[in-house]
Ligand binder design. Structure first.
Ligand code: NAD
Length: 413
């Protein structure tokens, strides 16, 4: 089977779920096309005087349930098709966890590795200025994603506020000193663990007895590892772009966090054997957590996955043909729109605090996150059992039903 483009693949997942709920043709047409797509030129003067001109994208997929919401990634392979796919995932994700947002995503086709802080700041300000007319506290609210972080969000917030007045709620994932929420940075990874915990409980397994391999050790992967380690769950392998480290007895996660935090790579951290990212995906473990980029489990390697559960911390890590191979092999996939929804749920908490000008303590943030993530898991699991469908189909079906209802209620079509 030929692999689909990212957007075709997400629409394939959409179509499977739409069939489960008998979605009518009109809504099918509306919900499989993005509302608005912007592609802009982003010229950036480098420190040595050279000018580079890169491409930036913002796709607003659906806003029936609230302001558009989704991260911005900086990556050399970012492209409009992928941003469309990721924006669509955000629509179903925000609906599934029932936060009052629509779905959007942004990307800049640039390799930020080695760029100075000044260069990154100029890039961020130029991109924000070019898309500012479609952003807004009640219009479209970006957040961090691959290769973007709280510092980048602070620059976006400043560029937007320079024109519109002080607007912290226009982005989430901000630094704590600038309206960020304690708990938000960890929320995506922590949310993944809350969902895995609920899954183990449902199946009568102990989270502590699961051994877990994680691909990616950035924001999401490192927080999955930290949360698991804090609960005494063995993290047997982790990786970054350069390769992976495996230790069947469990890695020393705090030491890895410190090593990577001081600029080291996973493969030079010690405490385990170095293997490739491909080998990590094929390890004999209980839970495999792809937490880096999309399309890492494909038709080419899916049959070699030996984990019992694939927890999709990354967005779109499993292609539809691979999904079918995993299903046939009896491997449970906990889908991205459920597993990693802690990020947007945490963003909702941050945004709500910003617009109310009221701050929560981290304990409240984490306890509300736990409630929402485990509630969404149980709702999805119950739907899957009732309809005899996999978790992904159930999660999409729930999200699509909520968005379709809002579209009809608003009289959009
Ligand atoms: P990040 O930039 O902080 O970290 C990315 C990690 O992946 C790094 O460790 C990097 O070395 C590694 N990596 C990059 N290319 C790789 C490759 N080819 N092979 C193996 N590892 C590679 O990004 P992040 O914010 O942690 O995002 C990771 C994934 O989680 C993405 O799919 C993103 O869309 C998704 N996600 C992020 C959030 C969030 O709140 N940041 C929320 C939901 C979903």
């Amino acid at each position: 089977m030929t692999e689909l483009t990212a957007y075709q693949a997400v629409n394939q997942y959409f179509a499977d779920a739409a069939h489960t709920i008998d979605l009518d043709e009109e809504l099918f047409a509306v919900l499989t096309t993005p509302y608005r797509e912007i592609a802009v030129q982003v010229p950036v003067r480098l420190d040595d005087g050279e000018l580079i001109v890169v491409r930036g994208y913002r796709v607003q997929h659906n806003g029936a349930r609230g302001p558009y919401k989704g991260g911005i990634r900086y990556h050399p392979t970012a492209n409009l098709d992928e941003v469309r796919a990721l924006a669509s995932l955000m629509t179903w994700k925000t609906a599934l966890v029932d936060v009052p947002f629509g779905g959007a995503k942004g990307g800049v086709e640039v390799d930020p590795t080695g760029m100075s802080e000044g260069e990154l700041q100029r890039l961020t300000r130029r991109f924000t200025t070019s898309i500012k007319h479609v952003l807004g506290v009640y219009r479209d609210i970006p957040a961090p994603d691959v290769n973007t972080n709280p510092k980048v969000m602070a620059w976006m917030m400043d560029a937007y506020s320079a024109v519109n007045g002080y607007s912290p709620a226009v982005v989430t994932g901000k630094p704590l000193d600038l309206g960020g929420a304690p708990g938000r940075e960890a929320a995506t990874g922590r949310g993944c663990v809350y969902v895995l915990d609920a899954h183990c409980t449902h199946h009568g397994r102990y989270l502590k007895s699961q051994n877990v391999a994680i691909q990616g050790f950035g924001n999401v992967g490192s927080w999955v590892a930290r949360e698991l380690h804090a609960r005494g769950v063995p993290v047997v392998a982790v990786s970054d772009v350069g390769g992976a480290l495996v230790q069947p007895a469990g890695l020393d996660v705090p030491a890895l966090v410190a090593h990577v935090g001081s600029g080291g790579s996973i493969t030079t951290a010690g405490g385990g054997d170095v293997i490739t990212n491909e080998e990590l995906l094929e390890l004999d473990c209980d839970v495999l957590v792809p937490a880096a980029l999309g399309e890492v489990i494909t038709e080419a390697n899916a049959a070699r996955v030996r984990a019992g559960v694939v927890l999709e911390a990354a967005n779109y890590p499993v292609t539809p043909s691979a999904d079918k191979i995993l299903l046939d092999a009896g491997i449970t996939v906990i889908p991205d729109i459920l597993a990693n929804a802690g990020g947007v749920t945490g963003s909702y908490f941050e945004w709500s605090q910003n617009i109310q000008q009221f701050t929560w303590k981290e304990e409240r943030f984490n306890s509300e996150l736990l409630d929402r993530m485990q509630g969404a898991y149980r709702f999805t699991q119950a739907f899957a059992e009732e309809h005899g469908v996999p978790l992904r189909q159930a999660a999409y079906a729930i999200g699509i039903t909520r968005v379709a209802t809002a579209v009809r209620l608003r009289g959009y079509v």
